[in-house]
Ligand binder design. Structure first.
Ligand SMILES: Cc1ncc(COP(=O)(O)O)c(C=O)c1O
Length: 434
């Protein structure tokens, strides 16, 4: 196999996960690892949740997969209703099977909307620097992280990018408050003179892969207002931040910024099956209606669009959120992270700790005073994976950030264990990395 985002020559073998229960993964060597990555940020209930397994097996006995081309199915219809109920301002659901595709759909819908209503000039996408929306070409173009995608720069389509207020790295001459205004002013200046901008795209509430940059209060809602003022659509990416990761079921309600388009993924099926969705307002959906030969319809579809098994599991997952009052519990549990800020910050390698809901980013620096990141040439992820394993936890870093992204339903006891072990893991490697 060829593993994702991995320098294969560095790894002679990979730990093989043979089973998982609750928050724990078990390797073929019988080692138990506490899951600090939440199956790549998507696991909600931990592993082997009986209700989800039941929904899965019951649906597979009836209908495993049937396409959405000319047909429909009951679980997908029910899920669409559930998603619309959750999402103020949204009217229709378009399914895909991973987050990158759900974002491609958002870009296509957002761009085609203007064509459908006869506004040919609006063809450009604006966004924030450092956002991440997936690994396909459109997603790389919009969520351009230079360290990841620099090699494809010439093949990516141009976008208009604005700075983001990262409290830890405010440019000289600014404070955090005036830098937010600076970023918003930059957006307004461009919006006011550029009538080609079709849509503005950003992650909702925080940039996750871009380094856990939590948006300051009011920032996203001000962007919403600017989009309205200058007749630009807003497409939000809630693939990593929605469904409770940042502490709210739908982050845009917390951010008071109802978008025109929103994408969900990852946690929608509890993290058990692959499914994503792009939701739009009625205004957008209606613009795609017309005579067949107007060609206004959306030319997009995947083999597994609307897969009934994934949808059945997603429906059960959503009902478990309600039954277990998961969002209320997350709000309380999120405070556990706060107890560890000081413990992390006193480590010589840790420059900053950023956290919201059930997401934490620990930024590692060589020199705290100058905020110099640890040497990017070092294979930081491998070092932390191996050190974490020795401490009984599964960790993955992104650049110089340790990501703590556990399953949402982790108990307070296990969360304390995970955070304590993360402290010990950093301590055990800090001499090697400075
Ligand atoms: C904000 C955001 N958008 C999109 C994606 C892409 O999702 P997928 O990996 O399912 O393609 C990710 C993945 O981490 C993400 O964090």
């Amino acid at each position: 196999m060829w593993h994702p985002n991995t320098q294969m020559s560095e790894w002679t073998s990979f730990d093989k996960i043979v089973k998982a229960r609750g928050m724990w993964l078990t390797t073929s060597d019988g080692i138990h690892l506490l899951d600090g990555v939440g199956s790549m940020w998507c696991n909600v209930w931990g592993h082997s949740k009986p209700e989800l397994l039941k929904a899965f097996t019951e649906q597979t006995r009836k209908l495993q997969h049937s396409s959405m081309f000319n047909l429909t199915n009951e679980p997908a219809e029910k899920l669409a209703k559930n998603l619309i109920k959750l999402s103020p301002g949204m009217h229709r659901v378009f399914y895909s099977d991973n987050g990158s595709s759900a974002m491609e759909v958002a870009f296509k819908i957002g761009l085609q909307y203007w064509k459908n209503i006869g506004e040919k000039k609006k063809t450009k996408i604006a966004t924030l620097k450092n956002g991440y929306h997936g690994d396909t070409f459109g997603s790389m173009s919009v969520g351009y992280v230079p360290e990841f995608f620099g090699k494809f720069k010439n093949q990516l389509f141009p976008t208009i990018r604005f700075p983001v207020p990262n409290m830890y790295r405010i440019p000289k001459g600014h404070n955090f408050v005036d830098y937010q205004n600076f970023c918003l002013d930059k957006i307004e200046q461009e919006f006011s003179k550029n009538d080609k901008i079709a849509l503005f795209v950003c992650e909702s509430g925080a940039q996750v892969a871009g380094g856990v940059i939590i948006f300051p209060k009011g920032f996203q809602s001000k962007i919403r207002k600017l989009c309205k003022k200058y007749n630009i659509l807003l497409a939000l990416d809630e693939i990593a931040t929605g469904f409770g990761r940042l502490g709210s079921m739908v982050e845009y309600t917390e951010q008071k910024s109802i978008p025109d388009i929103v994408s969900y993924g990852k946690m929608m099926t509890g993290g058990y099956l692959t499914m994503a969705a792009t939701l739009t307002s009625k205004k957008i959906y209606d613009s795609f209606l017309g005579e067949f030969n107007d060609s206004k319809h959306l030319f997009h579809g995947h083999t597994f669009t609307g897969n009934p098994t994934s949808a059945a599991v997603a429906n059960e997952n959503l009902s478990l959120y309600q039954k277990n009052k998961l969002i209320d519990k997350i709000k309380k549990k999120s405070k556990v992270f706060e107890k560890y800020y000081a413990k992390f910050l006193e480590l010589k390698l840790v420059g900053d700790v950023r956290h919201k809901g059930m997401l934490m980013g620990i930024e590692l620096v060589k020199n705290k005073k100058n905020k110099i990141p640890i040497d990017p040439k070092l294979s930081i992820n491998k070092i932390f994976y191996e050190a974490g394993k020795k401490h009984g936890i599964y960790l993955r870093t992104l650049g110089n950030i340790i990501m703590v992204v556990p399953p949402l339903a982790i108990s307070e006891k296990e969360l304390n264990l995970l955070l304590n072990k993360t402290v010990s893991t950093i301590k055990s490697v800090q001499n090697k990395l400075q």
